[in-house]
Design a protein around this ligand. Structure first.
Ligand code: ADP
Ligand code: MG
Length: 254
């Protein structure tokens, strides 16, 4: 066995798989650049580290299950007059995740609630946080089937371990008492460990009607609102303003 393949096997058994695969190129570069032993060792370690980080981010982006991939950079603040540049930057800094703050994004359809939530989620993953995106409908379903299917069990485990849980379109559906109870227990579990982003096109005072039980609703709202920033997004639907016409030219809604 050649020295190279022995080295590669050893690296692999030490779980340096990325370095093992790229070893010929790394060695060649070191010889060409005539680097010191210490510099070479550093190159190897930082290569492995960088690759692991990339893989970690890739995995977390997959687990997050965003409905689409849109970043904060793609969010046009000029289109969303109800948020200042300062507020936007403050959100982007993600200090609120450290402080276990929740973010409530309210507003009619098409104003950018989901886009902002996804953008913040992607940003958070790149900063090393674990993020899960779910809709209220999916969440209730997963909670109800947690004891029944492996898939839901895995998903709930990830949700409970996440640093940030996005619950999109809260109250899009009416839920019954049992479901409200399950939801309450989850919010209670997340209360001291994670941040939540909620999006809704209904004001919190209307949430009660959809959750049914006023006592549970109060308990849920208490926990969510204890440390929360409420952001009202309004204006015309971005989709309507920017919709393309089948006749070619873009049409404006007003
Ligand atoms: P909703 O508020 O209903 O969740 P979305 O966030 O899904 O709406 O926005 C609808 C569409 O409009 C998305 O494709 C989103 O990327 C786009 N959009 C909305 N607001 C903005 C904005 N300020 N800048 C860029 N794209 C936007
Ligand atoms: Mg949405």
């Amino acid at each position: 066995m050649s020295q190279l393949s022995t080295l590669q096997d050893t690296l692999k058994s030490l779980r340096f798989g990325e370095t093992a695969n790229n070893l010929p190129a790394l060695l060649e570069k070191a010889e060409k650049d005539n680097v010191t032993y210490a510099a070479f060792l550093m190159d190897i370690l930082s290569y492995e580290q960088k690759k692991r980080e990339e893989k970690q981010i890739e995995k977390r982006l997959k687990w997050a299950t965003f409905p689409y991939y849109k970043t904060l950079e793609q969010f046009d603040l000029n289109e969303q007059q109800s948020m200042s540049k300062k507020e936007f930057n403050k959100l982007k800094e993600l200090l609120w995740i450290e402080q276990l703050y929740n973010i409530i994004l309210l507003g009619p359809p098409g104003v950018g609630k989901t886009h902002l939530a996804v953008g913040l989620g992607i940003q958070a993953i790149h900063q090393g946080y674990k993020v899960i995106f779910t809709s209220m409908g999916e969440l209730i379903h997963t909670l109800k089937t947690e004891e029944i299917t492996r898939k839901s069990q895995t998903r709930m485990k990830r949700i409970r371990k996440a640093d940030l849980v996005v619950i999109d379109d809260l109250m899009f559906m009416a839920i019954n008492q049992d479901e409200a109870n399950l939801f309450f227990h989850l919010i209670n579990d997340l209360y001291n460990t994670s941040s939540i982003i909620l999006t809704s096109n209904k004001a919190p005072k209307e949430w009660g009607e959809l959750l049914g039980d006023p006592a549970i609703t109060t308990a849920i709202l208490d926990r969510i609102m204890h440390r929360a920033e409420i952001i009202h997004l309004n204006g015309d639907s971005y989709r309507m303003k920017h919709r393309t016409s089948i006749f070619g030219a873009k049409t404006a809604s007003n």
